[in-house]
Design a protein around this ligand. Structure first.
Ligand code: 8YV
Length: 329
């Protein structure tokens, strides 16, 4: 029997790749080249399934020229890189990797929040540059986390994990979400209280963004929203580029309209707006919130399980569009 053909679009853990190679005809990319849309189109043309990351845009046009495709397996919880509606119409299952990254990503949200509020990277750069010749009472004064009000926009599984961690810091939690949590969920999330976006921005000392990106959430934080925040506030984005208007944020950081920002994601990543690099009150990381060794392995494992199920004719554990089955070719 001829083996099914799959494309693993980016470099991955060799042992997990070997598992797939034992079962399928695999085209891999261990050199980790970034494929253009045209190259991706050529490579997907004869494939039964493809495993991608959030960096690969799987458009309706790519789907239309991949007649054998049965599954698109994302190695990410966010899936705004995939045209799910087009995949559904074409009878192609789309999967993501939820849950396995919740705690790791929540940990990182805290790391970024603390580094930003307490100016850790700014202070380290100064020290490394050889400026430290005496202690000063007012060197690198930051904002307190303990006892403050934490605002979380996007209160899904990761948002709730961030809220739970705030108990240890005696914080009040306010959240905004498409729909309010149940009273039990709110109780588990450090007695989080629902607020409108505007009320949350006015009230919070620290705002963390953990919402999915879509046309509806584009520029959730722009100039008008930044103007509502306390001048002493910290903004952290571990969600997606495009949720924050980077140009508006740069202006707010420059003028002191907000005190500081911690950013793991950017509008045109991996390209950064160059002005970010000129600001000392921003902590910049290269989209690594889920990057712990066990979690990245778990994400690839999860995507692999999804792919194996789809190509065995089953509905994968993390299928985002089970209704695609009825359109199956
Ligand atoms: C991914 C992420 O590692 O899961 C997500 O949505 O943003 C990250 O955890 C990254 O997007 C690569 O796919």
């Amino acid at each position: 029997m001829t083996k099914q053909k799959i494309l693993i679009a980016r470099a991955t853990f060799p042992d997990l790749l070997a598992r797939l190679e034992s079962q399928f005809e695999v085209e891999s990319n261990q050199a980790d080249e970034i494929f253009s849309a045209q190259t991706l189109q050529e490579k997907m043309r004869d494939k039964d399934a493809v495993m991608v990351t959030a960096s690969e845009a799987i458009s309706a046009a790519l789907i239309a020229t991949s007649p054998r495709l049965k599954a698109i397996c994302n190695i990410a919880v966010g899936y705004n890189n995939i045209d799910v509606a087009a995949a559904t119409a074409a009878g192609i299952m789309v999967t993501n990797t939820p849950d396995v990254l919740n705690e790791t990503t929540a940990d990182f949200g805290w790391a970024l929040l603390m580094a930003t509020a307490r100016r850790i990277t700014e202070a380290e750069h100064w020290l490394r540059a050889g400026h430290w010749d005496k202690w000063r009472y007012d060197a690198f004064l930051g904002a307190d986390l303990h006892g403050s009000t934490l605002g979380i926009i996007g209160m899904g599984r990761i948002g709730q994990a961030i809220a739970r961690r705030s108990m240890g810091f005696d914080m009040r939690v306010r959240y905004h979400n498409r729909s309010p949590l149940t009273p039990q969920q709110e109780a588990h999330a450090n007695a989080a209280a629902y607020r409108s976006k505007e009320a949350l921005l006015r009230e919070a000392d620290h705002v963390v963004l953990v919402l999915p990106y879509s046309a509806a959430t584009h520029h959730t934080i722009g100039a008008a929203e930044l103007a509502l925040m306390k001048p002493s506030a910290t903004l952290v984005n571990i969600a997606r580029g495009g949720i924050v208007d980077d140009v508006a944020l740069i202006a707010a950081l420059r003028t002191g309209r907000v005190a500081a920002a911690g950013l793991d994601v950017f509008e045109h990543e991996p390209a950064l707006h160059p002005d970010f690099l000129t600001l000392s009150n921003v902590v910049l990381t290269p989209h690594i919130a889920s990057a712990s060794a066990p979690t990245r392995r778990a994400m690839v494992q999860c995507a692999t399980d999804n792919l194996l199920a789809a190509l065995a004719g089953r509905i994968p554990p993390n299928c985002l569009n089970p209704e695609s089955i009825t359109n199956n070719h």
